[in-house]
Design a binder for this molecule. Structure first.
Ligand SMILES: Nc1ncnc2c1ncn2[C@@H]1O[C@H](COP(=O)(O)OP(=O)(O)OP(=O)(O)O)[C@@H](O)[C@H]1O
Length: 312
């Protein structure tokens, strides 16, 4: 198994508590339930736990339960014999069987049906499975880690989640905070992803414009680390002359700040964008740009200085 590549250093109390629980639980065989919004790194945590455990040299098998209909999920999990149903042309090993000796990670467990939950409960109790279309029971040994971004307690109240199954999968519950709740880690995560993509994309990145950094630091990241990662990849791809620029940051990032933006900052950002656009349309001719903007050349010159606008 290759060593996974992720950044788990943190100055946040809740995140460090989650890390501490994960490492203390890693070597037991107890079922772990990871809770947190989409994109906070639940699969990364599951993988981290697997690598800290004595099962690390065996498989880590991840299944996204949300990605399958109930029927296909059962076949994905248990596998099937040739001819078990129409379309089963070949024998197929299920994901649970693949996880034998290792770790099974069931993502979006909150989205499974009561039948799927009941079957899994039996497997956990009996430690045996049979492929669909076969009566042969096989002994199976895996460590279960589940994750969800749903409110499971509410699903139980709605009778959409079996309470007995919930207790079975949640011996250890780990809450992973959203990125908004761990702002103190944001700067180092930004640097981590810039470095990661600079290496991957073979681009030298020397600097990040102050405005770009401040926009990234103020955004609220509803998609959490997944969103941050995508934004930085895009910025590194688009970077020129080793510089990450505010120009490549989409508007959406300004309009969803985690803390309210001052009106003067919003005004300044919009003004800067518009001046840049007009300068570029006028091929950086100061006289015609100033004329079209309805300001004097001197005022335009001051704005260019104030907003650090460069000709590219
Ligand atoms: N600590 C981290 N270091 C590096 N990359 C990370 C980290 N946490 C998350 N990521 C990256 O962010 C993305 C989302 O992470 P992951 O799939 O683990 O989140 P999730 O909580 O399981 O999301 P979902 O609920 O949507 O399944 C992945 O590309 C992952 O590699």
């Amino acid at each position: 198994m290759p060593t996974p590549n992720y950044f788990l250093e943190s100055r946040n109390r809740a995140f460090n508590k989650a890390l501490d629980l994960a490492s203390r639980a890693a070597d037991s065989n107890s079922s772990i339930l990871l809770l947190g919004e989409s994109g906070v790194g639940k699969e990364v945590f599951a993988n981290y736990i697997h690598h800290l455990s004595s099962r690390k040299d065996n498989a880590f098998v991840a299944v996204n339960c949300h990605a399958f209909s109930e029927y296909l999920l059962q076949s994905e999990l248990y596998g099937h014999e040739k001819g078990a149903f129409t379309g089963a042309y070949e024998k197929r090993i299920g994901r649970i069987e693949e996880a034998h000796g290792g770790t099974l990670f069931l993502d979006e467990i909150g989205d499974t049906t009561l039948d799927v939950q009941l079957n899994l409960l039996r497997v956990l109790d009996n430690k045996k499975i049979a492929r669909i279309g076969s009566n042969v029971l096989m002994d199976i040994d895996f460590r279960l880690i589940c994750a969800t971004n749903r409110d499971i307690k509410q699903r139980i109240e709605e009778k959409k989640f079996r309470e007995d199954f919930y207790y079975r999968i949640s011996t250890i519950v780990i809450n992973i905070p959203s990125l908004r709740e761990r702002k103190e880690d944001l700067r180092r995560l930004i640097d981590y992803f810039i470095f990661k993509y600079a290496v991957e994309l073979k681009k030298d990145i020397f600097n990040i414009e102050v405005e770009a950094l401040s926009a990234l630091m103020n955004y609220n990241y509803p998609g959490n680390i997944r969103e941050l990662k995508n934004i930085i990849e895009r910025l590194v791809v688009l970077s020129r002359d080793g510089m990450i620029s505010i120009k490549d940051i989409s508007e959406e990032i300004y309009i969803n700040p985690s803390s309210p933006l001052l009106l003067k900052d919003v005004r300044a950002a919009a003004e800067k964008k518009h001046i840049e656009k007009m300068l570029s349309l006028n091929d950086f001719n100061m006289t015609s740009t100033a004329e079209q903007l309805g300001i004097s050349r001197r005022q335009l010159f001051n704005k260019i200085n104030e907003y650090s606008i460069y000709k590219h």
